[in-house]
Structure formats: structure tokens, C-alpha cells
Design a protein. Structure first.
Length: 302
């Protein structure tokens, strides 16, 4: 049986692409693409950062416009949206596929998508769920959310997936940024709790290294509540499958605050959430007291 020649060529020749920006993340992405055999053109404001990549076979462009002109697929990994505006200001984007991997807001991503399509490009926004050492290491679990042009995503899926798993989340260009910030926001909430926990034992005869595995295992066990919260939000009923109701948890708040006071620890990382719990209960004790903690979400979106 003869194999389709275009399929053979596609498998044998990884697609060429351009990368703008060689900070820590950009350099990691570049290394992963080169390791996967993709012909790569790079540009960075500080040209010296490109030298190690040039030694590995990357083509170094003198200007961003020159780098954009080199390939149809153009990946942007710069500091912020202003940097994207400045770098691409003099580039001809007609017929280009622009993939923007900066960390931004949903609104900024939508505005940049409109800007790019207005200049003749297809556009995809991305949210990287990884730190640089995870890039190009599949077992580390890195992935990138993508939103915007589905045609662009499908056409370049193989190249986009070389550094990290590629997950398309919708045609709305702002969705990747929304998913990105939602997950990172949850991370910071968790880290705030971890900081408070370590602060409580600091100064006592407790080795933080002994507390660490206990914290990790406890937080892992509590992640089961995430799926339960989602189900309650969809159902519109916050009483399903409740294990520890709101009234009971609010009753325990003074203990947490007194413990922090006794240990000389500021409760500022916990009090905003406790206050939402108390407000939810006070609004209708009979109704909300039997609910899960899901109701606090309604107070965040009045």
C-alpha cells in the first residue's frame, strides 16, 4: 500500500515557526521546539539571549518584523500586552497565524485578537499552565490552554503540542486567559492557606519539614470538594451531598481566629473568606445554614 506523500512529508518534517521573546519561558519553549526538530526563527530585544539557541540551529532575526516574515506560524512570548504591541507594530501580519502566550486578562486577549485579525492574521491566545523547567518534559504534566481560531489550532496542533500538551477551550479568544487566571487564583488561595499554616507553627517546636507532608496530603484529600462545588453550581442547589454545613463551619471560625491570636499570627489571609461565610449565614440562617460553602460564590458576584 502506498502512503499519502503529504502525510509522509508532514511526519518527516516538523513545521517551521517563529518565536518572539526569549525570557525564561520563551527560551524553554524554543529549546523544546528545537529538540522536536522544528525549524525555528527567534527574535529577542536583547540579542545575546539568542546565541545559545543559534548554536543549536535556530535562525536569529535582527528585527521582530524580519522574524514574523520568516514563517506563517508566529508565537509570541513577551512580557506583557504593551510589549506585543511594540514588537509587532512594524510587522506585516497578513496571512500570519499569531499565537500569543503572554499572561493577560480575558478582555485584553479579546482586544488583541480583534487587533490581529484586523491586520489580516488568524489569532490564538494561550495560557501556559507550567513553569519553564516543565516545558518539554511530558511526565511533568505541562499544558497550555488555547482559545480563538479553531482552524489555526487544528492546523498547528502538532507544533503547539511539542513543548506542552495543547488544550483548546473555545472560539472566544478570552477563554484561555480566563481559565489561566481562574486556576492561578485558586493556586494563590491555596498558597495563602499554606502560608498561614506555617506561620501558626513557626516559633514552636514543630519542624516545618514534618508539617509539609501533612499539609500536602490534607490539601490533596480536600480537592474532592472541587467537583462537588461544580455539581452544586450547575444544579442550583447547595445542599446536595453536604458533609460539613455552613452553620457548623461558621461556628468554628472563632477557634481559628483565637488560635491565630494566641500564636501571634495575623489572620488577614483567612478573614476575608470567613467574613463571606458569616454574611452568607446571616442572610438567611434557616435556609443557608444547611448548605455547603458554595453559597459564598454568590456573594462574590452580587
Amino acid at each position: 500500500m502506498t502512503q499519502n506523500l503529504s502525510d509522509t512529508a508532514s511526519k518527516a518534517s516538523p513545521a517551521p515557526l517563529t518565536l518572539l521573546g526569549l525570557g525564561a519561558m520563551g527560551t524553554a519553549l524554543a529549546g523544546a521546539w528545537l529538540a522536536a526538530g522544528h525549524p525555528l526563527t527567534v527574535w529577542n530585544r536583547t540579542a545575546a539571549r539568542a546565541e545559545p539557541l543559534a548554536a543549536r540551529g535556530a535562525v536569529v532575526a535582527a528585527t521582530a518584523a524580519e522574524a514574523v516574515a520568516a514563517n506563517r506560524l508566529v508565537v509570541v512570548c513577551l512580557l506583557d500586552d504593551d510589549s506585543v504591541e511594540e514588537a509587532l507594530a512594524g510587522a506585516d501580519l497578513t496571512g500570519r497565524d499569531v499565537v500569543n502566550l503572554i499572561t493577560s486578562t480575558p478582555g485584553t486577549a479579546r482586544a488583541r485578537a480583534a487587533w490581529a485579525t484586523g491586520r489580516g492574521a488568524r489569532y490564538l491566545d494561550g495560557g501556559i499552565m507550567a513553569v519553564p523547567p516543565m516545558i518539554g518534559v511530558p511526565q511533568a504534566g505541562p499544558y497550555v490552554f488555547y482559545s480563538g481560531s479553531q482552524e489555526l489550532f487544528e492546523e498547528h496542533r502538532a507544533a503547539l503540542a511539542a513543548p506542552a500538551d495543547a488544550r483548546y477551550v473555545g472560539a472566544d479568544a478570552g477563554l484561555a486567559a480566563l481559565y489561566d487566571v481562574a486556576l492561578l487564583s485558586a493556586m494563590y488561595g491555596m498558597l495563602g492557606g499554606v502560608a498561614h499554616a506555617f506561620a501558626l507553627v513557626r516559633g514552636e517546636s514543630v519542624d516545618p519539614r514534618a508539617l509539609a507532608p501533612l499539609l500536602s496530603s490534607w490539601l490533596s484529600a480536600m480537592t474532592g470538594s472541587v467537583a462537588a462545588t461544580a455539581e452544586q453550581l450547575v444544579a442550583g442547589d447547595y445542599t446536595g451531598g453536604v458533609v460539613s454545613n455552613l452553620a457548623m463551619q461558621v461556628a468554628g471560625v472563632p477557634t481559628f481566629l483565637r488560635t491565630a491570636e494566641e500564636q501571634g499570627v495575623s489572620p488577614e489571609l483567612l478573614t476575608p473568606y470567613f467574613e463571606l461565610m458569616q454574611r452568607r449565614l446571616a442572610a438567611d440562617p434557616a435556609r443557608h445554614g444547611v448548605e455547603d460553602l458554595t453559597g459564598v460564590i454568590d456573594f462574590l458576584r452580587p
